[in-house]
Design a protein around this ligand. Sequence first.
Ligand code: 1AE
Length: 396
Amino acid sequence: MAYITATYQINETTRLKERAESIATGLTVGTWTDLAHLEQEQLRAYKGEVVLAEERDGKGYLTIRYPEHNVSRDFSAILTTVFGKLSLDGKIRLVDIDLPETFAADFTGAKFGATGVRDLLGVHDRPLLMSIFKGVIGRDLSFLREQLEAQLEGGIDIVKDDEILYDNMLTPTIERARVGRAVLDAHFEKTGKRALYAITLSGPVFGLKEQAKHLIGHGATALLLNVHTYGLDVLRELALDPEINVPVLSHPAYSGGMIGSADYGVSAPVLLGTLTRLAGADLTLFPSPYGSVALDKEEARGIAAEASRIGFTRPILPVPSAGIHPGLVPDILRDFGHDCVINAGGGVHGHPHGAASGVRAFHQAIEATIARRPLQEAAREHEALRLALSAWGVRT
Ligand code: 1AE
């Protein structure tokens, strides 16, 4: 028999076996009180089983496995079984989840993954660089076009919409797809360099698939989804659809409500790493440990490790984000390695010489870091990097 295995962290260190047993039974064949028929033989195949109940560093860790046939093949059923009512039961946090290989046909994961996105861009030897449109709300398509051209001029790999830029009158998504594609194609004709532009999906949930296909039909080369406002199954449905054949970026907006506590909710590696990878994102964005919205470093590194895990789905690209500027590049590469995406909005558009120089400054910082040169030394030869460092400094 195959199982879904979940590990919980609790703020208790005694009677762990009993607590685990009560969860294993309560979330499967039983409830809070004894049921007369519980010992019936046919129920055994449906009962949760305690794998481990142990104390570590003053906390309790309970690992329980649930028979695969208890759930339908979707996140709603899986998460309701392993952490539905249980998530409301005091200080308890879901810190690990593993799906069996028998789920592979229904959880196909990313279409492109880390390698596929790199193949699309033709970049294999350095971290990828992504920028975010900023200040587009209230502006029109000509502003968007200019910003896109500037970012491409600097040598950006991926440009994404701000997650708060929905379908709107001034820059309708369909026009963003059309104009964006024209600019990307012109850039490729001129430079031979491919780039992607991710457009935010928005609007009614049942229309998202059609919207995605419509945008692709009009030139979209990538899509951005606010996964945690819509739900993991929405991402999975998009990833399962063969006609949605562009990379999908997962934005972490709203996930703080689930990952924000050390005692409750879901750990960041589980939500933004494991589940986001299984749901089918090609890139997972999350707050870095040192920017404007900082995550604990081990949690952030845990997300990257789960994103890059080799299993029955493809490894995907970790994207440490928020408040990123060129002075943070050595920290990012030290903590996340080279197979990640460096992502910046303000750190590109706030450059004293504009977005093209902002992107150049990042490339100069990446090149220097890979060559093991201090950024201050490289900045003596590179004006864009010098200006970025004087604006925002260097962290290490
Ligand atoms: C954690 C996601 C970060 C993000 O989406 C975003 O817009 C960041 O903007 P900046 O780089 O902090 O300006």
